[in-house]
Design a protein around this ligand. Structure first.
Ligand code: 5GP
Ligand code: ZN
Length: 110
């Protein structure tokens, strides 16, 4: 999608601090980190929301990339978050997993 911010980041048209990439996924530092580690992991292919996703393998790849980055950073405890819809806090409508770690986290999230 040409007007999608995260498609722009995946393509390199929009600058980002890249953390990891492979054939299906791309990961980069969140511009406004909410924890010492705050990485966003996205599918290269545009999907609006997890609710609109229909590719099990690709969604699995996104989550396993997140777990891989956490492992490589030595994080034993961390949180993976997917916001679906404006009411849940989704602001960028290109599916992304937040990897948050490096500080204690409360439950449930607000
Ligand atoms: P959402 O609220 O949709 O779940 O998460 C969107 C995330 O994207 C937010 O944490 C926000 O800080 C991050 N973000 C928004 N614009 C940019 C940007 O231009 N670059 C990067 N790296 N992150 C962004
Ligand atoms: Zn997109």
């Amino acid at each position: 999608m040409s007007d999608c911010l995260f498609c722009g980041i995946v393509s390199g048209r929009v600058p980002s601090k890249k953390v990891f990439e492979d054939d299906a996924t791309f990961a980069f530092e969140d511009i406004a980190p909410r924890a010492p580690t705050h990485v966003l992991i996205v599918p290269r292919r545009h999907i609006d929301t997890i609710g609109a996703a229909d590719d099990e393998a690709l969604v699995g790849r996104v989550f396993l990339t997140a777990a891989r980055i956490a492992r490589e950073r030595g994080l034993e405890s961390y949180r993976l978050v997917v916001n679906n819809g404006e009411g849940a806090g989704q602001t960028v409508f290109h599916l992304h997993v937040h990897l948050l770690g490096g500080r204690p986290m409360s439950w449930p999230p607000g």
